[in-house]
Structures are given as structure tokens and as C-alpha cells.
Design a protein. Structure first.
Lengths: 140, 140
DNA sequence: CTTTTTTTCTCCACTTTTCCCCACCTTTTA
DNA sequence: TAAAAGGTGGGGAAAAGTGGAGAAAAAAAG
């Protein structure tokens, strides 16, 4: 029986709340607001307010009459939600993002350069088997 | 077990009223008038009065002898309606906009840079599947 | 014009969701 | 091994969302 010392997998309770792992939480300022948005794959992107605003700044002047760009902007930012971290270090994940990421009772936290991600643990494992990854051009 | 905690999907009642989600409503000033207009896709664009006037300002000097531009302006602004937010945070959606966006009993709210949008949830989901979106130029 | 009918507006009541606690168990740290 | 910190669950008050009744206003009919 697998010991459950895995600080990246956390439980999502009935109310949709999940505790952010301490090691990620330590990278946040106290009381910081986070922005949750639809990930490009079946996951949730979690930005700090600062990073999110940098992104918005970058797309500020995109021409929204262009259908492709408009839809892409809408995909990324249209369903974004600001959430506060509660007294127990938890966030409340909105229902529409839970269902996008196919999340139910537990989730997996992943660190990325400018944000972190919340995945269904099974979906994540499936996609990120080493034999499924192409490392060409990764400048190690 | 799918719970229906989805704060972006709201019910449209018999009278055509719908509550604006709090997180969007918080971005509005109290008692603010909104401008609803025909969206470029099958949706309704919702501007604050201010943003709407900025838009009108930008198209003020468009050459209306140009048929393409004349029709585009007419499309966007010709059927616009001002609506007030009622005591319960709801707006009344005019019938011609309901039918343009193919709305019946429920709708989905989407945030865009200078306005927000009201969609039929099914229409929205259909168009915004990740495989239908071109993310190439999104500077994440 | 007045009366009747329809539509719109305003308010009230009920249900669901969110927010803010506290309690408790587990894991890490000293 | 004890103390502190992290993670999980739940109760209850407050806020958000929803439906409907009745008043007011507008439109239609006589």
C-alpha cells in the first residue's frame, strides 16, 4: 500500500475548496489574490495577480475584430476568476473550471515558470509519461 | 456527483431577466447603466456606458459612404439598448437580443477586455473547445 | 377621451452558495 | 517526543440567485 506522503496531491472537498501546497504558497505574498483561468490543456492555470496583469498588458492591444484572436483571448481570459486564499490557505475553485479540468475529489499541483497548474492526477500522469514527451530543443 | 456550483451560468426567467454574476457586478459602479448590443458572434455584448461612449468616439469619423463600414456600424450599434440594473442585480434582456444570441432558459457570462458577453452555454462550449482555438499568438 | 388589457417595475420571500469560523487529525520541525 | 505547522471537514451566518405577486405605467381597444 502506497504511503501517502505526496505533498502535491491534495483533496478537493464537497464545497470545491483545496489547500495550496505550502511550498507553492511560500512563493506568494501574504493575503495575495490569485487568478484562476482555463488552461490550454485540461487543467487550471493559476496566476498571481501581478503575473496576470502582465499578461493582460501584453494582449491589451490585440485586434478583437479578428475572430481567431478574439476567440483565443476569450478562451484564456473570458472565464478567469479572482480568488482569495482563506485563513487555512485554501482557495475555492469555481465550478466551470472544475469541470474544464475534469476535477473531482483530488488534484495535482504543477509549477510552471510564470504560473502554476491544477490537474486531475490521472490525466496528468497519462500525458506526462517520458516516452510521450519530445525533449528536442530543450536547452538543458 | 456533479454539483452545480457554476457561478457563470445563470437562469433567464420568464420575463427575460437575468442576474449579473457578482464578480462581474463588482466591477461596475453602483446604479450604473449598461449598454447591450448585438455581439459579433452569436452572443450579446454588454458595455458600461463609459466603454460604449469610448467606442462611439472611436468610430465617430468612420466614412459612412463606405458600404462595408456602414453595415458594420449598423450591425453593432443599430440595435443597442440601454438597460438599468434592478434592486436584485438583474438586467432585462430585450427580445431581439435574446433571439440573436439564441438564448432561452440559461446563459453563460464571459469577461472580455472592454466589455462582457452573454452566451448560450452550449453555443459557447461548442466554439471554444481547445482544439478549435489557435493559441499560437497568445503571449503566455 | 375613458376603459381595458398588457407590459414593465418594484418589492418580497425562498433556496442555494459563499464566506468565516472552529475543531481535529497528520506531518514536519525542533 | 513534544510542539508547531499543514491539511481536511463541517457548522452557521451572510450574501447571491431565483421566482413570483402586486403596483405602476404604457399600450390598445372601445
Amino acid at each position: 500500500m502506497e504511503k501517502k506522503r505526496n505533498n502535491r496531491i491534495h483533496q478537493i472537498d464537497e464545497k470545491g475548496r483545496v489547500a495550496i501546497p505550502v511550498n507553492l504558497r511560500r512563493q506568494l505574498r501574504f493575503g495575495e489574490t490569485l487568478v484562476l483561468t482555463k488552461g490550454i490543456e485540461k487543467c487550471i492555470f493559476v496566476f498571481t495577480q501581478d503575473e496576470w496583469e502582465k499578461f493582460l498588458e501584453r494582449v491589451k492591444d490585440f485586434p478583437l475584430w479578428d475572430e481567431e484572436k478574439r476567440r483565443a483571448i476569450r478562451y484564456i481570459s473570458g472565464e478567469a476568476e479572482e480568488v482569495e486564499i482563506d485563513g487555512q490557505g485554501r482557495i475555492l475553485i469555481p465550478g466551470h473550471l472544475l469541470s474544464h479540468a475534469n476535477l473531482d475529489s483530488s488534484c495535482f499541483f504543477v509549477k510552471m515558470p510564470r504560473w502554476f497548474e491544477i490537474w486531475n492526477p490521472l490525466t496528468y500522469a497519462e500525458i506526462h509519461k517520458p516516452e510521450n514527451i519530445n525533449f528536442r530543443e530543450i536547452p538543458l
